[in-house]
Design a protein around this ligand. Structure first.
Ligand code: NAD
Ligand code: MG
Length: 331
């Protein structure tokens, strides 16, 4: 079992008298800024002049400045803007305002791992990545708890990089839950692999293939939607709560028997080979350079066209109709 760190392993004093600039006020940004502020640290939020987040951050009692100004003021600078915008923002607004001893921080390793951001040698480069969405990072903190987080050190000029990461992680509440150490490379490659092969790409194509198989065979799309898409959440909640064993205990023996004899026919040796190839493309940087090119030269043409095409699939209209019957779902 990997070593876990908790509040007792950290020294919050290392952040006292130092300013923490949180760049961005979205999902993660608002949670980090508010939790650190409530933990007694000195926070400034960096945003564009016309940004929507500005009013929200000010109303929450936080100091707000333009991005470049916040970077200049900050001793620690946490990049919580979208990953695909980070390298431009870094080059134009952050880098010119870095000084010796500053700590550059990330919640995801993509831009450092794939060298879209190259930090000056006189800075520390660290990661604090909560394993949950920002609203949970905030709500757990307010309940006196926290969301487990990863920390990593990429560049340690001060010799104290790890202490900064631990203190910051505890400042957002992660020390109450548990902190795990990783590397930028491990976090980035496993994150990309998980979302592509399993969580987003794998799951949606699996559900779509099941839905289409039933509809092609003449079953009603509404019934196909319930069985192959809607009910995924029930199964995932059971696994989330108690692992595969608890899920199999909770479903019928018929479902459990079907699980054992059918799963391996869907995920074959061929599928596993494909997974290893996907991982290799991530490790080599090929996936990253394709995605960076799509954002730069391509104007996201393929990305946006696919988004439109996916939104027009029959399963989306069927799902929208069925959700109207579910009064408990939030809009
Ligand atoms: P988000 O899209 O929710 O928020 C982005 C913020 O950046 C917004 O406040 C936006 O106004 C601001 N912004 C956009 N362009 C800007 C600019 N040019 N200058 C200044 N501010 C600008 O992003 P997020 O989901 O919080 O992701 C931030 C980082 O956290 C990413 O590195 C992401 O990988 C990481 N992360 C996210 C989650 C998650 O659950 N959302 C979990 C772990 C790590
Ligand atoms: Mg992720």
């Amino acid at each position: 079992m990997a070593k876990m760190y908790y509040e007792n392993d950290s020294n919050p004093e290392i952040l006292k008298g130092r300013k923490i600039a949180i760049i961005g006020y979205g999902s993660q940004g608002h949670a980090h800024a508010l939790n650190l502020h409530d933990s007694g640290f000195d926070v400034v939020v960096g945003l564009r002049p016309g940004s929507q987040g500005r009013k929200k951050a000010e109303e929450a009692g936080l100091m707000v400045a333009d991005t470049a100004e916040a970077a200049r003021m900050g001793d620690l600078i946490m990049m919580l803007v979208p990953d695909e915008k980070q390298s431009d923002i870094f080059r134009n607004e952050i880098e010119p305002n870095l000084s010796a001893g500053n700590v550059l921080m990330f919640a995801h390793g993509f831009n450092i791992t794939f060298q879209q951001i190259i930090a000056p040698a006189f800075t520390d480069v660290i990661m604090v990545a909560p394993k949950g969405p920002g609203h949970t990072v905030r709500s757990q903190y307010q309940e006196g708890k926290g969301v487990p987080s990863l920390i990593a050190v990429y560049q340690d000029d001060s010799g104290k990089a790890r202490d900064y990461a631990l203190a910051y992680a505890c400042g957002i509440g992660a020390g109450r839950a548990g902190i795990l150490e990783t590397s930028f490379r491990e976090e980035t490659e496993t994150d990309l692999f998980g979302e592509q092969a399993v969580l987003c790409g794998g799951v949606t194509e699996l559900m779509k293939a099941g839905f289409e198989t039933l509809v092609e065979a003449g079953y009603q799309p509404e019934i196909a939607y319930f069985e192959c898409i809607h009910e995924m959440k029930l199964i995932i909640d059971l696994i989330n709560q108690g692992g595969f064993g608890y899920m199999r205990y909770s479903v019928s023996d018929t479902a459990e028997y079907g699980d054992y004899i059918t799963g391996k026919k869907i995920i074959t040796e061929e599928t596993r080979k494909t997974m290893r190839n996907i991982l290799a493309d991530i490790q080599s940087g090929r996936f990253a350079s394709d995605w960076i090119a799509e954002n730069k030269a391509g104007g996201r043409a393929m990305f946006l066209a696919t988004r439109r095409k996916e939104s027009e699939h029959q399963l989306e209209t069927v799902g929208a109709e069925l959700r109207k019957m579910m009064s408990w779902l939030k809009k």
